[in-house]
Design a protein around this ligand. Structure first.
Ligand code: PCA
Length: 330
């Protein structure tokens, strides 16, 4: 009797599982997730962990395939691809859209938030407005993870603006291009995926970025100096096409939201853990690393004031309200 009921239970469980998996596979959504940065980078690793956790949390109902390193769409095309539904979900540098709306550039205002703590506060203050703004672009914001602080890379010692005249500078958004102009450099927009090539062919010879991207691109093969100026901590964010999102049932959407919350925490913790290590790696590979000298710092601060004023003017009342909200959290 006991044996029968046990077997009966197993049979029931098995058929239940089978039915469950049939239902799941009948309803399984498959999404492509283009990401711009290399597979080895912590942002991409975090995206892969996110996709895996979504698979588990939804019992296989939502199956996300991550395409790292710009392999499915290059960085510059990812937002459009997701807006138009060519991909259902993607990751991109948020401030890359600053030319569409100054709000997108709030995390690249020089010296506004220069630590992970302040970057978190700025994100907390700005997130609701960014969520609304993205919705206008047919996108749903899931999570965002910061890069470490941005420092200046050169192939010579630079002590002040006098040393940067005419230097070819790799930019990755409107703020970095503006910074180059204000230092009398020549900005050239280059995606991280093409950075090594742009450096080795001499298209660019300097940049502002984190130790992370310097490490990923082995910039020590061409560059010699890294000034750890912590100008800002830009974010990559992960977003979903609104139509694809609306097609999911409530339980799946809740599961994805929960996993996204964890992904933001895990990715941010990773960034914090790795920030110093990356700079150590630059030094271990022969680069001179350290803070900027006094005159260079002063020059950068003056440029920061100009850029902050310009951003405030461009972002208007909404921008000022966000800055106020941020100051209240500090
Ligand atoms: N790495 C990215 C953006 C900011 C960063 O640290 C890049 O250089 O493209």
């Amino acid at each position: 009797m006991t044996t029968v009921s046990f077997r009966h239970k197993i049979a029931l469980t098995l058929s239940g599982l089978l039915l469950g998996s049939l239902v799941a596979s009948a309803q399984a959504e498959t999404w492509d997730m283009p990401m711009a940065y290399p597979d080895s980078n912590y942002h991409t690793q975090n995206g892969k962990d996110f996709a895996e956790a979504v698979r588990i949390a939804t019992g296989g109902k939502l199956d996300i395939t991550v395409h790292g390193g710009g392999s499915l769409f290059g960085g510059a095309d990812i937002k459009r691809a997701v807006q138009t539904g060519q991909a259902q979900i993607g990751e991109r540098l948020l401030s890359a859209h600053q030319n569409e709306d100054p709000l997108y550039g709030i995390d690249s205002v020089p010296f506004l938030a220069t630590s992970f703590e302040d970057s978190d506060k700025l994100w907390q203050a700005a997130r609701p407005a960014l969520e609304k703004r993205l919705e206008k672009d047919n996108l749903v914001l899931l999570y965002a993870v910061p890069w470490p602080g941005q420092g200046l890379y050169f192939k010579k010692a630079v002590n002040s603006k006098a040393d940067t005249q005419g230097v070819k500078f790799r930019s990755y958004n409107a703020a970095t291009a503006r910074l180059a102009e204000l230092m009398d450099m020549q900005p050239v927009q280059v995606e991280a995926a093409e950075l090594s090539q742009a450096l080795s062919t001499g298209v660019v010879e300097s940049m502002i970025s984190s130790g992370s991207t310097g490490y990923d691109s082995k910039v020590w093969e061409q560059l010699t100096h890294f000034y750890d100026v912590n100008a800002w901590l830009p974010r990559n964010y992960v977003f979903v096409n609104k139509d694809a999102w609306d097609k999911l049932d409530d339980a799946t959407r809740n599961a994805v939201r929960g996993v996204a919350l964890l992904a933001e925490k895990a990715g941010t913790a990773h960034a914090r853990q790795l920030a110093d290590w990356y700079v150590t790696q630059l030094a271990a590979n022969g680069m001179q690393t350290g803070p900027a000298g006094e005159q260079l710092r002063k020059d950068l601060e003056a440029i920061g004031v100009t850029m902050t004023d310009e951003w405030k003017k461009a972002a208007g009342e909404e921008g000022s309200a966000l800055l106020d909200a941020y100051q209240k959290l500090k």
